[in-house]
Ligand binder design. Sequence first.
Ligand SMILES: [Zn+2]
Ligand SMILES: [Zn+2]
Ligand SMILES: [Zn+2]
Ligand SMILES: [Zn+2]
Length: 724
Amino acid sequence: MSAPAEPEGKELSPVDFIQLQQYIDYCSLKVKDVLREFDADGQLAQYRHGECIGEDGFRLFLKTYLEVEEFPADLCQRLFRSFQTTPQAREVCLKDVSCYFSLLEDGQPRDKLEFAFRLYDRDGNGVLDSSEVDRIIAQMMHAADYLGWDVSELRPVLKDMMTAIDADSSGTVSLDEWVEGGMNNIPLLVLLGLKVTHKDGQHLWRMKHFNRPVYCNVCQSMLLGLRKQGLCCTCCMYTVHGRCANRNPAPCIRTYVKSKKDAGISAHDWVSGNCDSGKCDRCQKKIKSLQGLTGKRCVWCHTMRHGECANQKPSECNCGPLRDHILPPWAIYPVIKERPNCVKDGCTGGPDDTDHNTTPDGQVLQIIPIPDTHPLLVFVNPKSGGKQGERVLRKFQYLLNPRQVYNLSSGGPGPGLCFFRDLQDYRILVCGGDGTVGWILDAIDKAGLPVCPPVAVLPLGTGNDLARCLRWGGGYDGVDLSRILKEIEYSTPVLMDRWSVQVELEDSQERGDPVPYEIINNYFSIGVDASIAHRFHTMREKHPQKFNSRMKNKLWYFEFATSETISASCKKLKECLTIECCGIQLDLSNLSLEGIAVLNIPSMHGGSNLWGEAKKSDRAGQEVPEVIVDPEVLKVSPQDMSDERLEVVGLEGAMEMGQIYTGLKSAVRLAKTSKITIRTRKAMPMQIDGEPWMQPPCTIHITHKNQARMLMAPQAKSSFFNLK
Ligand SMILES: [Zn+2]
Ligand SMILES: [Zn+2]
Ligand SMILES: [Zn+2]
Ligand SMILES: [Zn+2]
């Protein structure tokens, strides 16, 4: 087989590839599931001719794998061509296709290696000959090429690996040899989507593109090439050639000190290179570029020094501008003890996160407080906002100590809360959507912490009503995260009510969708608004490709809001439900409503304010009554997320909803109350915090649960955020 990476690489443009990646990100099937359909008894068996499939079969492969009705024909054709071994070939090898796509999907490197092996082990005898191995490598190069790697860098690495794997030069490779060799090859692991939790001394590699000259920290020569030229550590920015990653690079930065006697003693941690034209913090002279690794930079305070100045005093590190947030290594030390309180409180996480809070040899790490700081415990939902979450995770791992940054997809919030629980003064930052914030607030409730830390939000993805109300904005635009950290430093704690929802079915036999949450943080609605959301939700599940950007989501929502057909089911709302606020039944008889919304915060569906502004009341400072239904009093009642009251509003129909969403109008104020009971007589669309579902006849009780401590961003909110 020819090397497919070079000539055919031109066929698929980067835009094509991004499109393909988006399809893959949304699909839930695995390549091996699709492959089964091409087996003798599978649905697509007729399209398989020996080891090959034609263009029809290829199209069906994509359709099945990506779960789409229509895949763009031109993209399909270009993809097909990229697998052809000769321009005339009318068929492509099914294994090549499978191997390629399996490399792009989520999964553990070991599984991917094994999958590739079994795919190419024709006779299933457990060994590959050299031509089979060459084909796997060709597909790896193919995938790497589209991921934007400089493959000229990768080719020698893979060649070296093959030589090393086939130690006895027998010309064949066993599964064990193959997996073993692959797992010890760093560039290959990065390509296969290496997922490891940070261990001391071990770099967190990723492939990186540099648009300025950089030098390898191992061999000191320049990284060449035009695309992703080398590997760079996320935590310390140590940079190497792909081939040099396997040559015992210096260990990564320390994240804790070895014993209690070193605790509290601050010291810079220097990494060489990339200080061109910076100023030395010791001798104050410019650091001249030397066509090589220039100067040293402290990973905590980010000051720079000449190589020879770095070893001199002063060696104390003040952690620089982010001092208030950083949990420096000298604040963490190992203790030999069990951690019974964590197990007892049920805050143990999944299997792969325990090493986050322990040393490689299993000692438990403990934090000692650094005076006058508020270490930030960061939770990132890497799945929020497309790939934004992953970027944010990496940036925080660099800006802060990797041990204070937690990836929610590996183990949830338990381990982080557990690690920080004995601190008196710390803050939490949640990076994700409102759903992620709700998840963390829940975890804080359940962890029974001695001190409840206040929570700030970095909004990712769409919606983000909670983040908007707390002035963190509606979405993250990629602004420098150290600015956001500064804003967190100057934020103020506020309380936010949280509400319990209990749904009792009229007829226990009847089945609707499951109720998504038991707690309301933002809002709850029945009828027209929820119906739009429900249709939107169902549509998104069916046609994910139409919903893959924030702007598109907004447009679709609007389209639903103004569509005629949906309102029919909600037209006779008042005949279908009754609402009681603290025992007072609301009189809906003179209103023509198609929906009811119950609000905790002044933002809904990405920034719409349903309650609207209230004229300044002269009752300020007075205790708010348990329930208000008098329209005149409601007119002057402002909304407040900490008054232990909910606002109830009526929605008049889809057209009015459109006006409300665009800020032209507010809804009809019905009540302000501390307790609500709603009875419905027919199945109705409902939603909690943007999660819609269909609910059979039931009784709903909404009562105050507790108050969460949140952080409100400083007033003069920057325009960096996407305030829409
Ligand atoms: Zn090198
Ligand atoms: Zn590192
Ligand atoms: Zn420093
Ligand atoms: Zn100097």
